[in-house]
Design a protein around this ligand. Structure first.
Ligand SMILES: Nc1ncnc2c1ncn2[C@@H]1O[C@H](COP(=O)(O)OP(=O)(O)OP(=O)(O)O)[C@@H](O)[C@H]1O
Length: 465
């Protein structure tokens, strides 16, 4: 069902223009990467080529026309759409002379911009249909751990129900992928899946992003805009980072969820939208409720079904399968030769903590697909394999670290003695167990004298009482 997305690069030093145009292009099903100057585009071109580029003319550093000139010389196939507030003949003519595919005078209508993008992409594809036949990418959830199998079962159970859902889990753990799966396996699958990251949008724009606005509703509202609720009508609205939603907007969202209807910002017409809301958060919403930062009644409305995604370090069995999958996919995507993991490198990956979870692993695989020198990725190729930051810390020191962090955070003192006592207790128990309770042998295995062991056992026993 997912078409291979065409990749559009957008260069403009005006964050506002980037924001609205990127949103419109994404709504039209295109993948968009934003840049704020020509230099960063030229740098990115070293490793990747988009399907289409939008550029402003006047920007700090190299302007858009210079960029256009360079592109025309080195990447003549890449269609470029030039946008400019300077609608004078000279600028327009210069743009076309340097190979622009199209020219949009600012301020432009977003529909106009999307139409220009589609035209550019269509003409690029038509002469060489074979080249555009990239395999459609249906994102799939991978995992064989018991925890992930539980997640798959939950998706199976609740997808068709159409109930609102709350997905919890650390950043990069796959919450959006789960939301998409819930949508794909529901009766709404043929209707839109619309995603909105609450934390990524300035709070003053969030309300109109969600509910839309009428022309003239505020400065800069040059045309009527359908909000995400309207766009998702009949389908699914995915609200990521819901914990960051300002309280006032939570109140408004709650009302819309209860009534199924709303007004656009500055509007008088009551809009009805039939939307399933799937929210996600990496925060503990219950404690936000307790602190008065999140509305309990909104939480209840969203939390009809809850799916929790465990962190990657809590399902280490998934690391190798994911790593194999991502390394193979990265090679295809980046059009480099296939590589495989050495057993040792995989074993190292399994010991790491992955604070960025699956996304971090995915990014590492992309990087290694390009950077690792041989056909086999070895542990030495891992970027953190320098001797100074040896990653092969045994799991227990990592657990120890987490324990120490938590104790310090809780303001506890006297940790050194407590930690040493614990360390010795565990070691001695293990040594005695391995040697059938024979103190002499246990002491030898530990590299201690028998008397020392006996003394320490005595004192640790006393301490434990
Ligand atoms: N189980 C999985 N199988 C395959 N790919 C996965 C899996 N989990 C996550 N990914 C991939 O990892 C990346 C991050 O996942 P996703 O965006 O769903 O995470 P998230 O929890 O929504 O992150 P954030 O909280 O930062 O928005 C995506 O590219 C996604 O395709």
């Amino acid at each position: 069902m997912h078409m291979a997305e065409a990749l559009v690069w957008l260069v403009d030093d005006d964050r506002g223009v980037r924001f609205v145009l990127a949103a419109a292009l994404r709504d039209a099903g295109l993948a968009v990467t934003e840049f704020e100057d020509a230099e960063s585009v030229l740098a990115a071109l070293e490793t990747q080529l988009p399907d289409l580029l939008f550029t402003d003319v006047r920007m700090a550093g190299q302007g858009g026309l210079k960029l256009l000139e360079r592109l025309h010389a080195h990447h003549a196939q890449l269609p470029v759409i030039v946008m400019s507030a300077y609608t004078d003949v000279a600028t327009t003519a210069a743009a076309y002379r340097h190979g622009a595919f199209d020219y949009l005078p600012k301020p432009f209508d977003l529909d106009q911009a999307v139409a220009a993008a589609n035209r550019a992409l269509a003409q690029r594809r038509s002469p060489a249909p074979a080249a555009a036949a990239a395999p459609p990418r249906e994102p799939e959830l991978i995992g064989r751990s018991a925890a992930m199998r539980e997640v798959f079962r939950a998706i199976g159970r609740v997808a068709a129900s159409g109930l609102n859902a709350l997905i919890t889990g650390e950043t990069g753990s796959g919450k959006e992928l789960v939301a998409r799966a819930l949508h794909t396996h529901s009766a709404r699958a043929l209707r839109p899946f619309v995603a909105l990251n609450t934390a990524a949008i300035p709070s003053e724009l969030l309300e109109s992003e969600l509910f839309g606005h009428e022309m003239g509703a505020f400065t800069g509202a040059t045309r009527r805009h359908a909000g995400r609720f309207e766009q998702a009508d009949g389908g699914t609205l995915f609200l990521d980072e819901i914990g960051d939603m300002p309280l006032l907007l939570q109140t408004r969202l709650l009302r819309v969820l209860a009534e199924g209807e709303f007004y656009r910002v500055g509007g008088r017409e009551l809009i009805r939208a039939d939307v399933r809301v799937i929210a996600a958060t990496h925060q503990d919403l219950e404690s936000k409720v307790a602190r008065g930062e999140f509305r309990a009644d909104l939480l209840h409305r969203l939390d009809v079904v809850r799916i929790h995604l465990p962190a990657l370090r809590e399902r280490r069995e998934d690391i190798a399968v994911l790593a194999e999958h991502f390394l193979a996919r990265a090679a295809l995507e980046l059009k480099v030769g296939a590589k495989r993991w050495s057993g040792k490198a995989l074993a190292v990956l399994e010991t790491l903590d992955w604070p960025g979870n699956v996304r971090q692993l995915e990014n590492l695989c992309r990087r290694l697909a390009v950077m690792a020198p041989g056909r086999e990725v070895r542990s030495e190729d891992l970027p953190f394999a320098q001797p100074s930051v040896v990653p092969q810390q045994p799991a227990w020191t990592q657990a120890l670290r987490r324990w120490a962090d938590a104790e310090f955070a809780a303001g506890r003192v006297g940790l050194h003695a407590a930690a040493l006592a614990e360390l010795e207790r565990v070691l001695f128990d293990a040594a005695l167990a391995a040697h059938g309770g024979h103190r002499q042998n246990a002491a030898e295995a530990l590299g201690l004298g028998r008397n020392t062991l006996t003394r320490k056992l005595g004192s640790s026993r006393t301490r434990r009482r």
